[in-house]
Design a protein around this ligand. Sequence first.
Ligand SMILES: CCCCCC/C=C/C(=O)SCCNC(=O)CCNC(=O)[C@H](O)C(C)(C)COP(=O)(O)OP(=O)(O)OC[C@H]1O[C@@H](n2cnc3c(N)ncnc32)[C@H](O)[C@@H]1OP(=O)(O)O
Length: 394
Amino acid sequence: VAMAYLAWRLAQRWWPSSLQVISFPVVQLHLNRTAMRASQKDFENAVNQVKLLKKDPGNEVKLKLYALYKQATEGPCNMPKPGVFDLINKAKWDAWNALGSLPKETARQNYVDLVSSLSSSLESSSQVEPGTDRKSTGYETLMVTSEDGITKIMLNRPTKKNALNVEMYHEIMHALKAASKDDSAITVLTGNGDYYSSGNDLTNFTDIPPGGVEEKAKNGAILLREFVGCFIDFPKPLIAVVNGPAVGISVTLLGLFDAVYASDRATFHTPFSHLGQSPEGCSSYTFPKIMSPVKAIEMLVFGKKLTAGEACAQGLVTEVFPDSTFQKEVWTRLKAFAKLPANAMRISKEIIRNREKEKLHAVNAEECSVLQGRWLSDECMNAVMNFLSRKSKL
Ligand SMILES: CCCCCC/C=C/C(=O)SCCNC(=O)CCNC(=O)[C@H](O)C(C)(C)COP(=O)(O)OP(=O)(O)OC[C@H]1O[C@@H](n2cnc3c(N)ncnc32)[C@H](O)[C@@H]1OP(=O)(O)O
């Protein structure tokens, strides 16, 4: 069951149709809850009821339903254990096998009870307001505002520590392209909530296309290359306001920013080896230049987490502010920057950065190609599975 979250995302197209949850109007099912044991008829009704649920009950529940259904209809798990890379069938097998020798009747009853509880809870949850991650800016994962000469791009998935999902990668690219053409003088990236960003959303790995994991890795590398390319080419001063901890790609990209202001609550962590991955965001080139090769290796290879003060001493951060006054002090400063002549700032940035651009694009391409291979490695797959099954955190 612990594997449910990963498994369901991977599995949706392969589950038995009786378990596929799609939007239909909810029809209240009057299950005979007073009966000591669910009849076969109750069970069949419950199976049908699953198809009528209006809201997705979540991956864990769906995997539980799968296991109980199999146990109720076939008895204890009778399939050979799938290989470790057969993620979908392995998760299904684990869930079913975990039921051990639970009698068919009990599994049937548990299935009926579970569906019954879902019918009521999911019906009432349809009244719930849209999540905090949705805002009315035209973006689903960002809040983008433009005032006082500053375009502010705020990562806005605070409940997920601003992890970057595929939609967010696309929206950031869109926002950057728009900001490069708008009339603001500077552009700022920051995070909503207690984190700046927890880096790549590890559930990105679970949405496997028909071409399998190879196609997934190839698409990921294409997206990453385009995404990092937008930062390399961004023409105006680009400033990071690091309001809290930063992880993975949200750290590496800082080497492409023109200024980085950090709260003293922020930390900087690139646990690529722990994740079976390798550096991106041009950090394999920018970090050794910014902080010396040995310090870069400490971070990018050994995963040393830096405090804001340490990151500032290494040259990755421009200045650190106490968290209590961070927002006030930084925005006052940024508003003053934004009053400077915009064309002069753009031209000065160009002359400082342009001679490195070609090199950075080449580094970006190489990093993406190396990562594409890493994503297919057992080291990476195991690390992602461990996170998604909550066996490990940073
Ligand atoms: C196109 C592809 C490009 C790929 C580019 C390559 C990029 C590489 C990287 O960025 S590597 C770094 C990847 N990030 C991580 O490994 C961080 C994983 N997260 C954690 O270890 C922890 O969540 C934490 C230390 C960031 C925060 O811990 P804690 O304060 O205890 O909070 P929670 O763990 O309870 O998190 C709350 C909520 O957010 C979800 N979440 C947080 N980070 C991620 C993430 N990176 N991916 C997916 N989900 C994340 C977490 O699961 C919780 O969700 P829940 O409430 O359980 O639904």
